[in-house]
Design a protein around this ligand. Structure first.
Ligand SMILES: [Zn+2]
Ligand SMILES: [Zn+2]
Length: 133
């Protein structure tokens, strides 16, 4: 018979893997509730506290990163996706990754007055195809 001290870490590993799979499979950064809802399709008993605890660990070990949207909402995506931006639908709230960078000012550029650019953040918003129908 399996002892509970062995079973618990294995359950945690499976929950962690399910949460990572959900974030990897998404077309854009996910809110905690999106992650919970999708991960519950694999793990019925998964609770919001487990999602929060797992996200904290995944942030600490650098597997995922936080995305703060202009609305102040926090979402999560995989680290190491490279430079990219997001589009948020103003009707349904869906956020998707974009593969274009519309910013013409390059990192390292010195602006008038001596301000050196080290990076940028930008979120585009509008209406997604489903909401346009
Ligand atoms: Zn939409
Ligand atoms: Zn950019």
């Amino acid at each position: 018979m399996m002892s509970s001290s062995q079973a618990a870490p294995r359950r945690h590993t499976r929950q962690r893997e399910a949460i990572v799979r959900v974030i990897q499979a998404s077309r854009g950064p996910l809110a905690v509730n999106d992650i919970l809802e999708r991960a519950q399709r694999e793990h019925d008993g998964l609770g919001i506290a487990t999602v929060y605890r797992t996200l904290k660990l995944l942030l600490e070990d650098g597997t995922v990163r936080q995305v703060i949207l202009p609305s102040g909402e926090t979402r999560y995506e995989m680290s190491g996706l490279g430079h990219h931006h997001h589009f948020q639908c103003r009707r349904c709230g869906e956020v998707v990754d974009l593969d274009v960078c519309p910013v013409a000012v390059l990192t390292g550029t010195t602006l008038a007055g001596g301000y050196t650019v080290e990076g940028h953040e930008l979120t585009l918003y509008g209406v997604c195809p489903s909401c346009q129908e």
